[in-house]
Structures are given as C-alpha cells and as structure tokens.
Design a protein around this ligand. Structure first.
Ligand code: CP
Length: 316
C-alpha cells in the first residue's frame, strides 16, 4: 500500500479485517518492522482516539513518532499555487510537505471539512497537497470527506460482535448542536458496501448523504421503522449535504433511547466517539451492555497498526 487515503486503497477488505483481528491477539509480534522509521502525525483539528491509537500502533511496530498540532504550533500554510504571499500565511505547503518528508517515513494528516463550500471540501485541499508535495506515504487520519481508519475499526468491531453472517446494520442520524462533517458516515457507508453488509440509512428529510456514496442503499426517513429487527445501530450526526454544512432541524426525537433500541433485535449500539451524552444517545443506551463504543475505540489501534504495516512493507 502506497498511501491510505480512502477505503479503496485496501485491495481485499475482508482479509485486512481478518488480519487486524489476528494482530490484536499478539500486537507486538511485528515490533521490528518499523525500526529506524518515523511516523509524523500532523493535526489541523483536535483528536483523542486517532492521535493516541495511531501513536500506540506505531510504537507497537517499533516506529519513532513525531506529533504536531499544526493550527496552534505551525506556521499558517498557503495552499494556492503561484501566489504572492502577502497575507497571513508564512509558509507554503510545497516546502512544508517536503520538509516534513525529511523527518518522517510516513505522514498522517487530520484536516476536517470547513463545511462552507461543498466544492472546496470535496477537493480535499490539505490531504491532496500533502500527497502532491510529500515524498513519503500519506495516512488519512480524517479528511474532509473520509475517515477510513475509523471505518476499518468499525468493520473489525462488527466482525467481532456479529451473531449472524449478514446482520442488519442501521446507520442513524442523531441530533447535535453543531454542524458536523460527513466523513465518518461516508466511510462507514463505503465500508459497508465493500463488505456487502445489509445496511440501511435513516435520517430526517434534508439530511441524505452524498448520493454518489449512498447509491444503491435504502434510505428511510422514519427512524423507528428503520430500527425494526436491526442487529447493529451505528449512530452519527452529520450536517446537511444538500444544503451544505447547514443544520436544518435538530429534532430531539431522533436521539437514540432505550425504547428505540427495544424495536431492534437486541442490537449493539455503535458510535465513533466523541459523543454528546443525552443529546445523541441516552445514558441508558451508552452505559448498557449493548454499547460497543469502547470496543470501537480500542480497535482503532489495530486498524492503524494493520494499515501502517501494509504501508511499511508495501503490501497490497
Ligand atoms: N473517532 C475519532 O476519530 O476520534 P477522535 O476525533 O478523538 O480522534
């Protein structure tokens, strides 16, 4: 694997999930493959899970790590070509990406959507600029439109917890006071499609995700109908895609509660975290035995470790 930018960089998804589950049994088994290599993690946005799990994954492969919160610690970057840099930007991405490539053998990038312009976000300016100018592999730690490491951890969690071969999985929108990006939901849907999972999406009218991603998947605007006989409820908020980045409704009735979970087939509850308690989901669900959120966070380490291994060894 040259870079890990989106799910399509994985040639055989089922086999990488199996590999991660195997690696989890003895994660230090590959502790020599990253020796004398450095992973650099560049954050343009906050993180708990991605930062710590990817650092841990790298260390379990024997890698050195460097981390930088670019927004607060780096020079403001310029991304425009052929520009006269008289604005606030002190450094061009051309130099920055090449310089970081001198210090690191792999560069992880986190750069969220701005949610101001669909066209701009879909250009994935930050991660694509690093891809263009860095001379080492790039790892997507959540870009504007994709969070493939989260999706891989979610696939591992589903495979570990499913009771039937093709469980019913519901991706459900839930309310949130802030406008959030579509990256987690997009990658979850792409991952479900690649795995041929029996997935349906439920969200209020006006919140349908990018049709290029959801094409072929049933979208129901009645949450309770969607929940019937579900085996997994994956919850996430996202802002409107059509009215890009807007909060159209913040309908509390879409919050996940015990009564809704009782409509399911004893479904497991999933969320990528961080989650706002009693806004997205009630305590009674999050604290119940059906919640897999901590398992998902744990699996972030093995998702990252497996992907880093494939990049280091240049495996498919
Ligand atoms: N799920 C996830 O990516 O968590 P962080 O934003 O804390 O990294």
């Amino acid at each position: 694997m040259k870079n890990f930018i989106n799910i399509n960089d994985i040639v055989d998804y089922k086999s990488i999930v199996k590999e991660a589950i195997e690696l989890k049994k003895d994660p230090y088994t590959l502790k020599n493959i990253g020796q004398k290599k450095t992973l650099g993690l560049i954050f343009f946005n906050s993180s708990l899970r991605t930062r710590l799990s990817t650092l841990k994954a790298a260390k379990m492969l024997g890698m050195e790590t460097l981390t930088m919160n670019f927004k607060s610690e780096g020079w403001q970057l310029e991304f425009e070509e052929n520009t006269i840099m008289l604005n606030n930007s002190a450094e061009h991405i051309k130099e920055a990406a090449q310089v970081i490539s001198q210090y690191c053998d792999i560069i992880g990038i986190r750069a969220f959507a701005q949610l101001k312009s669909k066209e701009d976000d879909e250009k994935e300016k930050v991660i694509n600029s690093f891809l263009k100018y860095a001379s080492v592999p790039i790892l997507n730690m959540e870009s504007c439109c994709a969070h493939p490491l989260q999706a891989l951890a979610d696939a591992i969690t589903i495979e570990e917890n499913k009771k039937i071969s093709n469980p019913k999985i519901v991706l459900s929108w839930a309310p949130h006071p802030k406008a959030l990006p579509h990256a987690v939901a997009n990658s979850f849907v792409n991952m479900a499609k690649i795995n041929d999972y029996n997935i349906i999406i439920t969200n209020p009218i006006g919140y349908d995700l990018n049709p290029k991603i959801t094409g072929g998947i049933k979208i129901i605007h009645n949450q309770e109908e969607a929940f019937e006989k579900a085996d997994f409820i994956y919850t996430k908020n996202w802002s409107s895609y059509n009215s890009y980045g807007k909060i159209l409704v913040n309908d509390n009735s879409w919050k996940i509660n015990k009564t809704k979970m009782e409509l399911t087939n004893n479904a497991k509850f999933m969320h990528c975290l961080p989650v706002r308690r009693n806004v997205i989901v009630d305590d009674s669900v999050l604290d119940s035995n059906s919640s897999l959120v901590i398992n998902q966070a744990n699996n972030r380490t093995y998702a990252a470790q497996t992907v880093l291994k494939k990049i280091i060894l240049n495996e498919k």
